[in-house]
Design a protein around this ligand. Structure first.
Ligand code: SME
Length: 159
């Protein structure tokens, strides 16, 4: 199956999954699982959630990862601070890159905006150089928008 078709199907499944769920941790956990299952060549998919000036590890699929990333640091912290997606074709070329898994060669990070504020980021890693194209960026930004708009409609976890 081609990339466009794979993403179109994945987004359809994501919409169904979001409609049936009103708990943010389940939404983020199942989204990670769906992406890991459907998209080829990935070694880590997950979320970092902004809490104050740090991004904390959220639901993910893959190996154990770094738990706290300061805003502005690494690809994750830079994306959240700049409020924009970052595609890193070769992680060795990204100044301040935070290596959680040495196998990772390329990465994409997309911020999620809930009610106009950065809620967190979607972070996806690959063991292949240059894994993420403009097509990946476009569809993953669409996925991030779907997730964020669902999060805007539900009650977010408080303690
Ligand atoms: N490489 C990321 C850290 C998170 S892991 O990839 C799961 C970064 O530089 O922010």
């Amino acid at each position: 199956m081609g990339k466009e078709k794979t993403y179109a199907l994945m987004l359809e499944n994501l919409k169904d999954l979001l409609e049936d769920d009103d708990f943010e941790i389940s939404i983020l956990a199942n989204t990670s699982a769906l992406m890991m299952e459907r998209l080829e060549g990935l070694n880590w998919v997950g979320f970092y959630l902004l809490r104050g000036k740090e991004l904390l590890l959220g639901p993910f699929q893959g190996k154990v990862a770094c738990t706290r990333i300061p805003l502005g640091k690494g690809v994750v912290g830079s994306s959240a601070e700049r409020k924009e997606s970052i595609v890193v074709p070769d992680v060795n070329d990204f100044p301040g890159y935070i290596a959680c898994d040495e196998a990772t060669k390329s990465e994409i990070v997309i911020p999620l905006f809930v009610k106009g504020r950065v809620y967190g980021v979607l972070d996806i890693d690959s063991g292949r150089l240059n894994r993420f194209s403009r097509t990946d960026l476009r569809y993953l930004e669409d996925a991030a928008k779907l997730i964020a708009s669902r999060l805007e409609k539900i009650k977010l976890h408080e303690i």
